[in-house]
Design a binder for this molecule. Structure first.
Ligand SMILES: [Zn+2]
Length: 479
């Protein structure tokens, strides 16, 4: 059997085990795992390296279209380069809906833009306005297209949905066999706190954290789960920042509710104190939920180790520090309410989670693979094509030097954003090559791949999108 590529002599890591093996690739897929594979056109020496599945980042805001007519600075091309630089090969990004408008035209435009991608990608469909028309006609068509997850925001103007709208989305997802992801913070509570802070002249970036303390996340997490339980619709709670919100997920999981929790590197490394830097500098660390106190990091890690939080994504959402489209778009004296939320992290995700997790002994390397590739792929219907190293899977690999020490700089991130919130962070463990469907797309930091070589990944029905169909009195509100 002739092979296109053999990755030789590395330690192949999956969510289950780490074993010495060669990986044989043909036509973009893994076709052999074994000892001393040969007869390949190209051989890559992975001696002393870990061979990991390419990272799967299921929460990335890339070239996202906004209701005010703007587009996120990070394009599918720059985001792909950043992904490859950090060992990630697949991302799920966000198609928008603008309130008062149908989804179709916005989705068409987004699909057109995404075709420039170098990485493989899929979409979550944001739903801000689940009208009868959207629920009855657009959502079935979107699911049929292979977009099998919806995203709702319980807070944020102009995105947020109220409980009635959220219930409609849950019911539609259940009928269609789609997954639902939720941004959990209490809209009215944040408004109230924000107005109280601004009325007292407390406008600096650091007050972002004051406006949305853990209790507003915990309450919305509880409510999001309770309503999903009512409809019997599986959900993932996005970007859990603190243990008290994770506890809500743990309790529901113990009851058998199909709820999963995600966290992000920012909740393992950044603190509210970062937003208290002088002048406007704190804006670089503003995201929602807000980074918490330093002691929270260990509590979130404990929830990761318990399996309550089983996906670590980046929530990459870049706004440059300089420039009129970025953090200062409303001026450098803008109140925290008027500074766009979000931080970039696509390239930094795997190195930070590896370093803070594996290198510091908090998790082992198989858990690292589960958190960053296998679990996200499985949860969103991309497995086993993505997120693992197995015969038949796409040959998406990250060759990883577990001992390499690197100080993170913005240049290493290779994104379109002019800063990284992780500047100066020292990590141990770094990708030396990234392979996407058998093609070496990054080696020693140099990204090389054709535009439009990324593929859209349509997602079909899979078991996790189904509820359990169990109602105490036998009445199914959807069926
Ligand atoms: Zn997000």
């Amino acid at each position: 059997m002739e092979l296109d590529l053999v990755v030789r002599g590395g330690t192949v890591v999956t969510a289950a085990e780490a074993v010495r093996a060669d990986v044989g690739v043909r036509d973009g897929r893994i076709v052999a795992l074994g000892e001393r594979l040969d007869g390949a056109r190209r051989t890559l020496d992975a001696g002393g390296l870990l061979v990991l599945p390419g990272g799967v980042d299921t929460h990335c805001h890339i070239e996202q279209l906004e209701a005010n007519g703007t587009v996120h600075e990070e394009s599918f091309v720059t985001a792909s380069a950043s992904a490859f630089a950090g060992g990630t090969t697949t991302a799920i990004c966000f198609a928008s809906q603008f309130k008062g408008h149908p989804i179709g035209p916005t989705l068409d435009e987004y699909r057109r833009r995404a075709r420039a991608a170098l990485m493989d990608y899929s979409f979550h469909q944001i739903i801000t306005d689940p009208t009868d028309q959207v629920v009855a006609q657009e959502l079935p068509a979107i699911v049929a297209m292979g977009i099998r997850s919806f995203k709702v925001f319980l807070t944020y103007d102009p995105l947020h949905v109220d409980d009635a709208q959220y219930l409609r989305v849950l019911a539609a997802a259940r009928r269609l066999g789609a997954f639902v992801t939720v941004h959990c913070e209490n809209y009215q509570a944040i408004r109230f706190m924000t107005e109280a802070l601004l009325a007292r002249g407390m406008t600096a970036p650091k007050y972002h954290a004051w406006s949305r303390p853990p209790v507003v996340e915990r309450e919305a997490t509880h409510r999001a789960i309770a309503l999903a339980e009512l409809i019997d619709q599986p959900i993932q709670v996005f970007h859990v920042s603190c243990a008290e919100a994770a506890e809500e997920i743990a309790r529901a999981q113990a009851r058998g509710v199909k709820v999963w929790g995600e966290t992000c590197p920012q909740y393992l490394t950044l603190t509210a104190g970062h937003m208290d830097r002088p002048g406007f500098e704190g804006a670089k660390f503003m995201c929602s939920p807000a980074p918490r106190e330093a002691a929270e990091h260990e509590r979130v890690w404990a929830m990761v180790r318990r399996g309550v939080l089983d996906v670590i994504s980046s929530d990459h959402c870049g706004y440059s520090y300089e420039g009129s489209a970025g953090k200062a778009q409303n001026g450098r004296d803008a109140s925290f309410r008027d500074i766009p939320n979000g931080i970039p992290g696509l390239a930094a995700r795997l190195p930070i989670v590896f370093s803070e997790g594996v290198s510091k002994g908090r998790i082992d390397v198989t858990e690292f693979v589960a958190l960053t590739a296998t679990n996200p792929a499985r949860l969103f219907g991309l497995a086993p094509r993505k997120g693992t190293i197995a015969v038949g899977s796409d040959a998406d690999l990250a060759l990883w030097d577990p001992g390499r020490r690197v100080t993170i700089t913005n240049a290493l991130m290779q994104h379109a954003i002019d800063y990284t919130p992780y500047e100066g962070l020292e990590v141990t463990g770094w990708p030396v090559a990234t392979i996407r469907r058998g093609e070496v797309v990054m080696q020693d930091g140099r990204v090389q791949a054709e535009e439009k070589s990324g593929r859209f990944l349509p997602r079909g029905p899979y078991a996790l999108t189904r509820g359990r169909g169990v109602f105490a009195n036998g009445f199914d509100p959807v069926g």
